[in-house]
Design a protein around this ligand. Structure first.
Ligand SMILES: C[S@@+](CC[C@H](N)C(=O)[O-])C[C@H]1O[C@@H](n2cnc3c(N)ncnc32)[C@H](O)[C@@H]1O
Length: 296
């Protein structure tokens, strides 16, 4: 316990991957393996020295280069497939080299997939899960595989098409997943009015985003409303809520306080901290903060 009487922040390490590895890190970059491909991407947090020598870093398949976002791009050592399959547990999905340096999967999110799946499968009753800002849908597929009826929401049609493709790759075509292309806040307000409820909610909002009709999402301004709408949408016997935030100057304590306030009438405690992957030399790179309920 911290002096505030709350659990101290935790560092959750995603170490259950076969198809992903952080091979090395340092000198402002990270060397990773996504399925068959090795890639180098900028990582300003890696302020230490790489453990592997230059030859390992030079032998990669693809490098994301460029100082500023506008001029950044992938460069390839040879002709590569631009899309390939990866697996986490029983879920299969497609990874791609996106212009935004991401590959369609955020490996550190696995700590939440491993946490929520047994909550769903062990509930012993029908479970409804809402996945907001759901992107390529891996969390939706893991929840569906664990037995949940899932509502998957994203404002981007392209992202939903990618998630649909991942559903087919995972052999979950018949799973009860409702695909919704909408603005998150608009949808939540509508769901509250309609009286729909969910047993588990996953939220991974970006710092800045656009709804499908151009609605503007700004994390700091909008997250209080988002969390209180999520609270209103939780069922009478809720199982979980997990919120993650990437690449932003917000502490996990701040997100913790927001979630704790929104869920203050529920029993149990909120757990918060950082999500990371570690290289073989033991250097963990934390890319996101989280707060989730209930703890443990
Ligand atoms: C999963 S979030 C953040 C992904 C990743 N964790 C990061 O920080 O880059 C990104 C997703 O949110 C979606 N999005 C952005 N603004 C939205 C909005 N107002 N309503 C619904 N989805 C939105 C985007 O289409 C995208 O798929």
């Amino acid at each position: 316990m911290s002096r505030l009487g709350e659990p101290a922040p935790v560092l959750l390490l995603a170490d259950g991957w076969e198809d992903y590895q952080l091979l090395d890190s340092g000198a402002g970059r990270k060397l990773e393996r996504y399925g068959p491909h090795t890639v180098v991407r900028p990582e300003p947090q890696a302020i230490w020295r790489p453990a592997l020598d230059d030859s390992a870093w030079d032998a990669v398949d693809a490098t994301f280069e460029g100082a500023d976002e506008a001029a950044s791009r992938w460069s390839f050592a040879r002709t590569l497939s631009q899309a390939w399959k990866m697996r986490y547990g029983e879920v299969t999905f497609e990874a791609r080299f996106t212009p935004f340096r991401h590959l369609g999967v955020f490996p550190e999110q696995a700590v939440h997939w491993d946490w929520m799946a047994p909550l769903i499968s062990g509930a012993g009753r029908p479970v409804k899960v809402l996945n907001l800002f759901a992107y390529t849908g891996i969390a939706s597929l893991i929840a569906a595989r664990a037995g949940a009826e899932v509502t998957h929401l994203d404002a981007s049609k392209k992202a939903i098409t990618w998630a649909n493709h991942n559903q087919a790759l995972s052999g979950l075509e018949d799973a009860p997943i409702r695909w919704i292309c909408d603005d998150a806040l608009k949808f939540l307000n509508r769901e509250v009015r309609r009286g729909n409820r969910y047993d588990g909610i996953i939220v991974d909002p970006p710092k800045y985003g656009r709804g499908n009709k151009g609605e503007v999402w700004r994390l700091f301004e909008d997250i209080p409303e988002l969390l209180s709408l999520c609270r209103a949408l939780l069922s009478d016997d809720p199982l979980f809520l997990v919120a993650t935030v990437y690449a932003i100057r917000m502490s996990s304590r701040s997100l913790h306080n927001g979630v704790a306030e929104a869920l203050s009438d529920l029993p149990g405690t909120v757990e918060s901290g950082e999500m990371a992957v570690a290289d073989p030399a033991g250097r963990a790179i934390s890319s996101a903060i989280f707060a989730r309920w209930p703890q443990g």
